[in-house]
Design a binder for this molecule. Sequence first.
Ligand code: S3P
Length: 169
Amino acid sequence: MSQSLVLVGPMGAGKSTIGKLLAGILHLPFVDSDRVIEERTGADIPWIFDVEGEDGFRMRETAVLKDLLFGEPAVLATGGGIVMKEENRQMLKGDGTVVYLTASVDQLVERTYKDKKRPLLQVPDPEAKIRELIARRDSLYREVADMIIQTDRRGPKAVAQEIAQRYQA
Ligand code: S3P
C-alpha cells in the first residue's frame, strides 16, 4: 500500500482546492477520485447518478478508491460520501494519512447550496439536505481521520500549509 495523504469531508469543505495546494507543497501528484470516476465512465457525475443511481456511483467510487490507495503515493481528494460504506472506511483506516476537512455548517451551505453539479443537492431544500448529510456523516469522517482541520476563518493556502507541516512532523 502507498502512503497517500487522503482528504475526506463534506461537499464544500475545500478538498480539491486544498488538495491541489498540498500536492504542490509536498511534491506529490494530486488526484481527485470524482474526476477519476468520470474519466473511467466517460460521463460526468450527474449522468452517473441519473443512469446508474447512487448505488451505481458508489460501486464505481469503491473500485476507484481501492485502485488509488494501492497506487502511487499522492494527495487524494475523495467525494463527500466516501465514508458511507464500511468497506471504504476500512480501506481508509488501513494506511496513509487521512485528513478530515471540515467547516461550520453555515459555511458549507453557503459554498454549495446553488451547485448544479452535485446530484444530492438537486432537491427542493438543499440547505436541509446538507445539514442532514453532515449530521449523518460527521462521526464517520472522525472514525477514519488521523487529523481534523477546520477550514473556515482561513484561506486554502494557510490550511494547506498547516496540513503539510503536521504531515511532515
Ligand atoms: C457526494 C459528493 C460529491 C460527489 C457526489 C456525491 C456526496 O463530491 O462524490 O456528488 O455524497 O457527498 P464532493 O464532496 O467533492 O462534492
